[in-house]
Design a protein around this ligand. Structure first.
Ligand SMILES: [Zn+2]
Length: 279
């Protein structure tokens, strides 16, 4: 009797071990498959587009690039913070921000000025190709509430033309300079107006420590953090704060990723302050 029971126990143990090995095998296989697919797919996409430069029509090249890009998947159960960088791009600084984000597989939104995109197209391309969000912040930073509907429309068009010329895509979304919004702005900008819920005041303090502290003190799930990649102390602050946010279980994402993950469909004229506050 005792021997039989021991035998049964032994069989159960073997069965559990076999099941565990099978599950482990499946997980490893699926994960390996996915990693390989993404790496190969992205590499191949870049290769195909590069190899066909001058042969493919511009439009086809653009479509191909878009089709072959594998977007990352956001873990919706994590606390999400959207990082945003205004007034760039600025060669050197912007690439450093992209590199720092990539280290943790994080992404952010870059509210670029059309005039800077025209001056530094390679930096715009780096932002776009790395899966970060190319967004718009007017052509040359006027207060939009003072220039009339036609003036706003002109700023918006010139900005988008510069972005398309630099990287093939228009602004994913728009942030008005100084947060200036009136009916002309709402009418002339095709999409929601993205503001912020955490103002780091990095442009004022120009202090790495103050910017890091501001983020760690104020940022919570659903926030949109305002920074400027044109200032070097801000870039250093990003490099320092990302591992700390990672340790706290945050996912740093783009504005579009934040809104999508939170199930928010913002439309033209909506003012988005954070995922928790829309006017
Ligand atoms: Zn600005």
């Amino acid at each position: 009797m005792r021997k039989k029971r021991r035998l049964r126990k032994g069989r159960i143990a073997v069965l559990i071990a076999v099941i565990a090995v099978i599950i482990l095998g499946v997980v490893v296989f699926v994960r390996a498959g996915r990693t390989k697919y993404e790496t190969v797919n992205k590499g191949l996409g870049e290769y195909v587009v590069k190899a066909n430069e001058g042969i493919l029509s511009k439009e086809t090249g653009r479509e191909l690039k878009k089709a072959l890009y594998v977007p990352r998947k956001i873990d919706k159960t994590k606390k999400l913070i959207a990082f945003t960088f205004d007034d760039g791009p600025k060669p050197g600084n912007t690439e450093r921000v992209v590199k720092a984000l990539d280290k943790y597989n994080y992404r952010a939104t870059f509210y670029m000025l059309g005039q800077n995109a025209a001056a530094y197209p390679d930096t715009v391309k780096t932002v776009q190709k790395s899966g970060n969000e190319v967004s718009g912040h007017s052509y040359d930073h006027p207060l939009l509430t003072k220039i009339g509907a036609a003036g706003v429309a002109n700023q918006y068009k010139k900005m988008n033309d510069a972005l398309v010329k630099a990287c093939g895509v228009k602004a994913a979304n728009f942030r008005p300079p100084y947060g200036g919004i009136n009916d002309d702005v709402k009418k002339s900008i095709n999409g929601p107006l993205i503001l912020w819920s955490v103002d780091t005041l990095d442009w004022k303090t120009r202090s790495t420590q103050a910017t890091v502290d501001s983020i760690l003190k104020h940022a919570k799930d659903g926030d949109i953090v305002l920074m400027h990649d044109i200032h070097a102390p801000t870039v250093a602050a990003v490099e320092q704060v990302l591992p700390k946010l990672k340790a706290k279980g945050y996912e740093v994402c783009t504005v579009s990723e934040l809104l999508e993950a939170k199930g928010i469909k913002a439309k033209q004229g909506d003012i988005v302050i954070s995922a928790n506050q829309i006017r």
